[in-house]
Write a protein that binds this ligand. Sequence first.
Ligand code: KG4
Ligand code: ZN
Length: 350
Amino acid sequence: MIVLGIESSCDETGVALVESGAAPVPRLLAHALHSQVEMHQAYGGVVPELASRDHIRRVLPLARQVLAEAQRGLGEVDVVAYTRGPGLAGALLVGAGVACALGAALGKPVLGVHHLEGHLLSPFLSADPPQFPFIALLVSGGHTQLMQVDGVGDYRMLGETIDDAAGEAFDKSAKLLGLGYPGGPALAKLALQGDPAAFKLPRPLLHSGNLDFSFAGLKTAVLTQVNKLGGELAARRADLAASTEAAIVDVLVKKSMAALERGGATRIVVAGGVGANQRLRAQLDAACAKRGVRVHYPELALCTDNGAMIALAGAMRLQAGVQAATRSYAFDVKPRWPLEEITAAAEVLS
Ligand code: KG4
Ligand code: ZN
């Protein structure tokens, strides 16, 4: 079975083709991505209306590109999967609209996929795929969650952020440091030249006894340091970046270890844009090695938003029989959509 996946929830248009058969994990045939980073850079952040319009321009050329790369015809597509949510409403509508139009034109069923499930399952496309059950650390621009994952569609929330997400903490701190959008990668790059112990920054909820996160206070602490430094900021920018990154990573690693200890899990999967962070990877690898825990990451190129994870999640849901594709084409999108709502008996579009 060949699944075409379309991702358009935020500022990347992604299209991919996966093939599922007898093997437990579907195979990626081709994927293509267009990042809108350059377009939004002038505004210092994502402009939703511009994002939607750009998805419209990009999605069909990208679909043609992946079909050509995979040497497949549109008629060979069995199911069209798209990101149904969460994300920007207008941006989601582009992917949903195109997916349903394609499905209707081809007479093939469509499937709405949860964006975070895409991230969560994306390590299955890596050279070292995980096995169920595992703990998932989902760290993206909008979400920071620890989940117990026992199978496709079988997700239990263990803890989440009560305010800013980890990616948001990176992005907002980067802005305070005068770095451009997207802030996470820029802050991480600058941090390489700084001393992570230079500034004492708060590690909120580190000893809270639960698995929740809070990053709003960190941003305030960074702002306080920026104001204190005044004219000296330029000389200390790398140190402050390194200290900020260290604070975020420290909390993510400690809470992940606590989640692993609680449930006695021996595997952890890290997914979402912040999963590309090298300090997080190094610290998590070290902490897990000490405990004999296996860590699985998506390929670096599949850490941030992409179509491959949506095609994969669609194919894995169909393969596991937890969701059926539909031919109703009466699409809707879910800009806000908690991951725990997609249970094994996932709602099917009516
Ligand atoms: O998963 P993603 O591409 O989009 C969402 O679903 O939100 O994640 C984007 C987030 C942004 O906050 C970005 O700054 C952050 O991931 N990010 C990073 C790195 N690369 C991306 N944060 C820290 N270090 C990185 N290397
Ligand atoms: Zn994402």
